[in-house]
Design a protein around this ligand. Structure first.
Ligand code: OSB
Ligand code: MG
Length: 370
């Protein structure tokens, strides 16, 4: 495929409610879509990051520059561009996995649309629907949390993830267990908010039979996670720490995690995401698909990934209305606790022009760039 044009569309969608984590509170999804126009198809992808570098070190304004000045020139210089060639072309540029992911994914979408193949088929999906979990933010009171969880369970979600931080951990978990019972598949996510000195507090979570504790310690603290793992019965799962298949292999070998959260954006795209799936599966480590409050554009591709055989735990692959009253694609709707894996060409998602226009902040051409 020859790339003729690359466009960035900055979008802002209001969330149905504030989403609070240990690193901050969000009320909008503020990000950009990247559109790649090739000689016989067009592809779209969604940047996974936010305007502020609080979850990871990349952010919207920085990603635009690294794409424009360093990533896009290396990819367009290939001439005949395929998604499979992009990883190597971008390897000289250190890090920036979220920016690399949005470019590779938009190219992959265009490429697959040109031969009418779905992401699911390309990636090796073995299911046509995937179970849906939901990530529940930190709230002001236990009662507010119980009401929120009751609402999600009534909608059919099959697994609940509670965001935790020091001061909001044992009490909310105990309240949810008391109200909804020991059989509810339940896990927690600390987004790096603890230190090894908090091992005693985290050990108090052991009595609640959680599926896992996600990323309790700093992203660069694999050794700390390995030490912590020895002190806990509950399996540790890594999110922020895993940015590549090599990281995953290292973390597994060190005993730093027994489960991996795979977010394609965080690991540089769907090809590396599949490699992590393969590495984990070879070690008998279960994986699940994380989320970054994606619009339908990113959500569609995540559902294809979550349909691979090693994704044996329900992911944060929620329905569109978990975050958005109105999306920029047809919404993904929960059916018996599951979402359908898209079957159309590419991601299978089509952007609705009217909705996109209303949520667009600005548009800019990144290639050709003058
Ligand atoms: O740590 O998994 C996380 C959202 C933004 C950034 C980080 C995380 C999250 C979530 C929500 O937990 C996942 C989702 O449903 O999209
Ligand atoms: Mg997480």
């Amino acid at each position: 495929m020859k790339i003729e044009r690359i466009e960035l569309v900055h979008i802002r969608l209001p969330l149905v409610g504030d989403f609070r984590t240990s690193f901050g509170s969000m009320r909008d999804k503020d990000t950009f879509l990247l559109g790649v126009v090739g000689d016989d198809a067009e592809g779209w992808a969604e940047f996974g990051g936010d305007p502020e570098p609080l979850y990871c070190d990349e952010y919207v304004a920085g990603a635009e520059l690294v794409l424009r000045d360093h990533l896009i020139p290396r990819v367009t210089a290939l001439g005949d561009v395929t998604a499979a060639r992009i990883g190597q072309a971008l390897a000289p540029v250190k890090r920036h996995p979220l920016a690399k992911a949005v470019l590779e994914t938009a190219v992959l979408d265009a490429e697959l649309r040109s031969y009418r193949m779905s992401f699911a088929t390309y990636l090796g999906a073995v299911r046509d629907r995937v179970p849906s979990g939901v990530s529940v933010g930190i709230m002001d009171s236990a009662q507010e949390l119980l009401d929120a969880v009751a609402g999600y369970l009534a909608q059919g979600y099959v697994r609940i993830k509670l965001k935790i931080e020091p001061g909001w951990d044992v009490a909310p978990v105990r309240a949810v267990r008391r109200e909804f019972g020991d059989d509810l598949p339940l896990q927690v996510d600390a987004n790096t908010a603890y230190s090894l000195a908090d091992a005693g507090q985290l050990r108090r979570l052991d009595e609640f039979g959680l599926l896992l504790i996600e990323q309790p310690l700093a992203e660069d603290d694999l050794r700390g996670h390995a030490e912590l793992a020895k002190l806990l019965h509950t399996p540790l799962c890594l999110d922020e720490s895993i940015t590549s298949a090599r990281d995953a292999a290292t973390a597994i070998a060190l005993g730093a995690c027994r489960v991996v959260n795979i977010k394609p954006a965080r690991v540089g795209g769907y090809l590396e995401a599949r490699r992590i799936h393969d590495v984990a599966s070879a070690s008998g480590v279960p994986v699940w698909c994380g989320g970054m409050l994606e619009t339908g554009v990113g959500r569609a591709a995540n559902l294809a990934l979550a349909a691979l055989p090693g994704f044996v735990l329900p992911g944060d692959t929620s329905a569109s209305d978990r975050f958005f009253a109105e999306d920029i694609t047809e919404p993904f709707v929960l059916d018996d606790g599951h979402l359908p894996v898209p079957t159309g060409p590419g991601t299978g998602a089509t952007v609705l022009p009217d909705a996109l226009r209303r949520f667009t902040v600005t548009r800019r051409d990144l290639y050709p760039h003058h």
